[in-house]
Design a protein around this ligand. Sequence first.
Ligand code: SF4
Ligand code: SF4
Length: 331
Amino acid sequence: MTPSIFSIQHFCLQDGPGIRSMIFFKGCPLRCTWCQNPESWYAGPEVAFKSHLCIGCNLCMDNCPEQAIFRPGHRDPSRCTRCFSCVDHCPSRALEGFGKSYSIASIRDILRPEYPFYRDSGGGITFSGGEPSLYMNFIERLSGVLKEDGISITLETCGDFDPGIFYKRKKMPIGVIDDMPEPTNLCRPGFLKDVDLVLFDIKLVDDLRHRQFCGKGNTRIQTNLSNLATLAKIGGGPRVWPRMPVIPNITDTVDNLSGWADYLLKSGVFYLTLVPYHNLGSLKRIWLNITDGPVIPALKTEELEKTVQILTDYGISCFSPGEEDWQLSDR
Ligand code: SF4
Ligand code: SF4
């Protein structure tokens, strides 16, 4: 599957060591109610409409080769080919296109001028999304090319991919892997072959609550986290570093924090990045015509402090994004 990429950002400091460029892949198997990047959900290209910027010039309608726009901001999706001609002709940036295909060579050309910054700062490239593991073949090939250039690679994942890829005998049915796997049974998945660090997003430890707030259960996610941690421990895979969004009354409950602390410690992981919740996704949902999620109150400082305290009491070292002591995950 050719991936759609919705953003390439440079000089990022919060998603892995040093100075990094981030590649955001479009498409995600989860639908977290607090998601701040809903433009990452759908895997294909999308056009967003910001009505407050529209000046009513109708240039979008005049320049749509499919006559798909019947009124500014209103398209017939069955006719729209996502060619972005309307976006290119909109004088006021009321239209924004999300999602573009890039060849591996073109990504390399975009990133190459930044190489000195990665090298000088101990940084590199971070694949994020959306969910980059939806494009395992592409990630494997792109990582191989970047690795040839001596670039360090981090991959951020929601963890919802097939656990069978850790086993030489593929497609092991879910549910078979109940306990910690024997390390000798595991192999490093191909798409992580050249990845140095995995930022593993965790949310709700309880399967039902995960289903309720993220749209899917978390059995695969937990299995993949423990598999990765086991591989890292025996030197057979990338370092793994969990990250948790702190969402008031959802992920910061005592039950959830203690459940994750137990799970992480059992997996041999005693560090975690806490990502404070900001309500930045709401406007994007309106622009993309996505049904808005529930109103989640802003995170208070004392709620974050309480979260840190609970996890610290369990023996988990907590960090803010960009302030991690990455050496803790060294084998
Ligand atoms: S993306 Fe292309 S086809 Fe779709 S509405 Fe815009 S101009 Fe028309
Ligand atoms: S081209 Fe842009 S500003 Fe003009 S009508 Fe279309 S959306 Fe509105």
